[in-house]
Write a new protein. Structure first.
Length: 203
């Protein structure tokens, strides 16, 4: 690895540490108390004014309970494991299960439990979606259809149709989602209908 590449990798550590700390909801003071690293050093490390070293990164990796490679953004070295990076949007968690660009993308989606179910806010976007409920009871609103899917049921629909996913009873829901751009359809079964209406399939 040449010097320019080394500097680029190390330069990305600070922003990665800041983003991780904010994601965990931790203050610099709390992090300093846990790691034994001073607040000023942590601040300079996150801003890029302090060069990261193994002595600084090891206690941070232990505190955040993440591999050291995650802090430095090291490229994979033949490890067959997929290092999942959850993404949180609109109060829901999406865990990417595939990494290749283009084609069909796989996600695990987690809808958290709520005291009161949310009112549907249907949206549209280009693509086609297939989903399978793992746990909980999913409420799927797609066009004029308002469906409840228990564990083991699947559905597919064109995402140009106004749609919304949520909990049917306020409990947590876990599901698998396959999403592809228009024309890349992951069918629940051979010969599924080719209309814009959602189709269902039980287990």
């Amino acid at each position: 690895m040449d010097r320019e590449t080394d500097d680029e990798v190390l330069g990305a550590v600070g922003p990665r540490l800041r983003a991780l700390r904010r994601e965990r909801g931790t203050t610099l003071a709390a992090l300093a108390a846990t790691t034994g690293i001073s607040e000023s050093t942590l601040s300079r490390l996150e801003s890029g004014q302090r060069r990261p070293s193994l002595e600084l990164l090891l206690p941070l990796a232990r505190t955040y309970d993440v591999p050291l490679d995650d802090l430095v953004g090291a490229p994979p070295t033949g490890d067959p494991r997929i290092h999942l990076r959850p993404v949180r949007r609109h109060g829901m968690t999406f865990v990417p299960l595939s990494r290749r660009p283009g084609g069909v993308h796989a996600f695990k989606m987690i809808i958290p439990a709520r005291p009161e179910p949310l009112e549907p806010t249907p949206q549209t976007h280009e693509g086609f979606e297939w989903l399978y409920v793992l746990n909980g009871r999913l409420r799927l609103v797609a066009g004029h259809r308002d469906l409840t899917l228990p564990p083991g049921q699947a559905a597919e629909f064109d995402t140009s149709l106004p749609h919304w996913l949520g909990s049917a009873d306020g409990g947590a829901v876990e599901l698998l989602i396959l999403f592809g751009l228009q024309g890349l359809r992951a069918h629940v079964r051979p010969g599924a209908n080719d209309t814009n209406e959602p189709s269902q399939e039980g287990s």
